[in-house]
Design a protein around this ligand. Structure first.
Ligand code: FE2
Length: 308
């Protein structure tokens, strides 16, 4: 369960309102790599975490901290929007009519939809999307994604910070930048611990590694004329999984399969030259029959010991 403390995690007071900056600021709240994304990503990872103790607690702790960041940003946005639209739009238009015309002065949804409040959207007004988050149930994959999310999120925070001279905004963002610096390390150290404690054999996600195509796991394929990519460690070093050397090879077909597709169902009216013979008309019953046949094959394989 959650409780709420009235005080913010950190002060969110701009020196003065700035509706134009507020429109940009929305990106680090509701954009793909904004605070809403890391908040939802960590909360879902934490709620789904099946390792009680320090891992689950750490994920829940940071997820809850990110709720606090979303809260700080919404408060900052509402304060930046104070007095908008009239006053700020007029000033901006007077100072730079072209800019005012291009940007339309401010995010119209701040004036029309939220009445001077923050919106769960990015700087272009796109609604925050649950498809932005990664919550795989696999802590190695999740932590990798989290370190990357903190990196992109920190970059965007830096860029936004460089778009304003407001001391109050910069003071708050100095805190956010520091948290993103710390959080990147938290996830990378988390990965290190997962390896040390035997939750994963290496820092590479390798499920079904016992039957993956071994040869393909050691090659860098080059496809650029005169490529120098073969000079990198990914081509000259050794696999962190099995210690075997990597190599670089030109990208080429490893098969004779030319990818010719089966004849289309005539009822789908797909453009077709007839070279694969007549197509089989399909229906839902056909799909069910195919499914039943596949199950029978699976059972047979299980009895005869045929893998995958
Ligand atoms: Fe954050």
């Amino acid at each position: 369960m959650y409780q709420h403390t009235r005080e913010l995690q950190f002060t969110a007071k701009p020196e003065k309102p700035d509706a134009l900056f507020a429109a940009k600021f929305q990106e680090i709240l509701g954009g793909q790599f904004g605070e809403m994304t890391v908040m939802m990503q960590y909360l879902f990872q934490g709620w789904n975490c099946r390792v009680p103790g320090k891992y689950k607690d750490m994920i829940m702790d940071i997820g809850t901290e990110e709720i606090s960041h979303v809260e700080m940003l919404t408060v900052m946005l509402a304060r930046l929007l104070e007095g908008a639209p009239g006053e700020t739009t007029e000033k901006a238009a007077a100072a730079n009519p072209v800019l005012a015309a291009v940007l339309g002065g401010q995010n119209p949804q701040h004036a029309i939809v939220s009445g001077g409040g923050a919106r769960p959207t990015d700087s272009q007004g796109n609604p925050w999307n649950a498809g932005y988050i990664v919550s795989s149930g696999n802590l190695l994959t999740d932590f990798r994604s989290n370190a990357a999310a903190e990196g992109q999120s920190r970059l965007m925070t830096s860029r936004i910070a460089n778009m304003t001279d407001d001391r109050g905004v910069k003071d708050m963002l100095a805190f956010n930048l520091a948290r993103d610096t710390y959080h990147q390390q938290q996830w990378l150290l988390g990965i290190q611990m997962l390896v040390e404690e035997g939750y994963t054999e290496s820092e590479i996600e390798r499920s079904n590694g016992d039957w993956e195509n071994k040869d393909a796991a050691h090659v860098f394929y080059t496809s650029t004329n005169g490529s120098r990519a073969g000079e990198g460690l990914w081509a000259t070093g050794n696999s962190v999984v099995d210690g075997e050397p990597f190599r670089a090879e030109p990208l080429r077909p490893l098969t004779e399969d030319d990818g010719v597709l089966p004849a289309p169902d005539p009822l789908q009216f797909v453009t077709y030259d007839g070279s694969q013979g007549p197509g089989k008309p399909g229906n839902a019953a056909g799909a069910a029959a195919q499914q039943a046949e596949n199950v029978v094959t699976k059972v047979k394989d299980a009895i005869t010991g045929d893998k995958h």
